[in-house]
Design a protein around this ligand. Structure first.
Ligand code: HT9
Ligand code: FE2
Length: 354
């Protein structure tokens, strides 16, 4: 198997600080031009300080990189896999320069964001473009697209949900009412509306709702009970006057107090135990649960699930065959096809809603 025309892979991630002095500069990079108030940056710095002034993201990416490289090798593909980040060292530009010096001209970029939105997708493309022009186009990056809506991703999430649900059940008993809260990163409503290729169902929240429904279906088959689930959000930032996706996972949990015995949170918006998972879920939401008298279990992220790593490498191989002209680009999610931005003439057999 081959990854031609690509001679290298860059794991393209968010980046994060490794020491206290770097926390604020990192956050200023991440939010430049975004109107995020300084109070919010100071508050989020404290989340990093709780964990020694460092983000877990760099070690997680290093380990993921090894697994991706291992899976490529297993398939007989021998290319270097390197890391590049949007907001901290090694920046895309630094890695791009190294790749160019090593003689690479076409590189496959694999972003660590599973969904499509400005922050998780287009901004990566824009920053890759900047890195390319910074080295006079000596390296060209092609980027793997959003991959959340694929069976391997859904199955990996479902395995994590099933394990967490069983764990919680064993603590609270067979009849206790439980809830399953899928959690993702909140984004501004305007960014949500602009996500995906333009169809209403391509919005960021709709992508998550489809993944959540598919995960819940699989988990139901496995568990023999149907968890009552909903989608909630974490990490709202920005000015209080700008609307972001809601409800916040903590607010929702507070509403359960008295009627629900426990909750499983499933961080489907994060591929590994990023700071949002360690702080927003394992620290803050866990505390909210304790305050509200709810039993609490957080489902694992898909990070080390072998099928997740397979999926990433499938997507790299697919990107390469598209670049070679042997395959057509992957179709957008089914729902996006069903509701194109510009409606074609409606078939006359279509039923109108009641
Ligand atoms: C959709 C999305 C993902 C998921 C997709 C993906 O994974 O890419 C994500 C991931 C991440 N976000 C991260 C960190 C931060 N995000 C911030 C700010 C923001 N995120 C946003 C969105 C997202 N963010 C948005 C709309 C903002 C407001 C500023 C803006 O409009 O762009 C800020 C500034 C402080 C604050 O405002 O909270 C920080 C520090 C880290 C690293 C964590 C670690 O260190 O482990 C990761 C993986
Ligand atoms: Fe973020």
């Amino acid at each position: 198997m081959s990854l031609a025309p690509y001679t290298a892979v860059m794991l393209a991630s968010y980046g994060g600080p490794d020491r206290s002095e770097d926390v604020l500069p990192f956050m200023r990079n991440a939010t430049v031009g975004r109107g995020i108030p300084d109070e919010r940056l100071v508050e989020v710095s404290q989340h990093y300080e709780l964990f020694g002034g460092r983000s877990p993201i760099n070690e997680l990416n290093a380990a993921l990189l090894e697994r991706v490289a291992g899976e490529l090798t297993r398939r007989g593909i021998d290319v270097p896999v390197v890391i590049g980040n949007r907001n901290w060292h090694p920046f895309f530009a630094e890695t791009a320069a190294r790749l160019a010096d090593d003689g690479h001209e076409r590189v496959a970029a694999l972003a660590t964001s599973a969904y499509s939105s400005y922050s998780s997708c287009r901004q990566y493309r824009e920053d890759l473009d900047l890195a390319e022009s910074g080295i006079d186009g000596r390296v060209r990056f092609d980027k793997v697209g959003a991959f959340a809506e694929s069976p391997k991703f859904v199955r990996a999430q479902a395995r994590a949900v099933v394990a967490a649900w069983r764990e919680l059940r064993s603590r609270v008993g067979a009849d206790a009412p439980l809830r399953l809260l899928f959690v993702t990163h909140s984004i501004p409503l305007a960014m949500n509306a602009a996500s995906g290729p333009g169809a209403p169902d391509a919005r960021y929240d709709a992508q998550h709702l489809r993944v959540a429904a598919a995960v819940a279906d699989l988990a139901t088959q496995e568990l023999g009970e149907a968890p009552a689930w909903e989608l909630t959000y974490c990490s709202r930032s920005g000015s209080p006057h700008v609307p972001w996706l809601e409800p916040d996972v903590n607010d929702r949990m507070a509403e359960f107090a008295g009627s629900v015995a426990g909750v499983v949170t499933a961080p489907i918006g994060f591929i590994s135990d990023h700071m949002e998972v360690l702080y927003d879920l394992d620290t803050q939401a866990r505390q909210t649960a304790a305050d509200e008298g709810l039993a609490y279990q957080r489902a694992a992220t898909v990070d080390s699930d072998p099928e997740f790593v397979e999926l990433l490498v499938d997507r790299l191989v697919e990107l390469a065959s598209v670049a070679r002209g042997e395959a057509t680009p992957p179709a957008p999610p089914a729902a996006a096809q069903a509701a194109p931005a510009v409606s074609p003439a409606r078939p006359t057999t279509e039923k109108s809603p009641p």
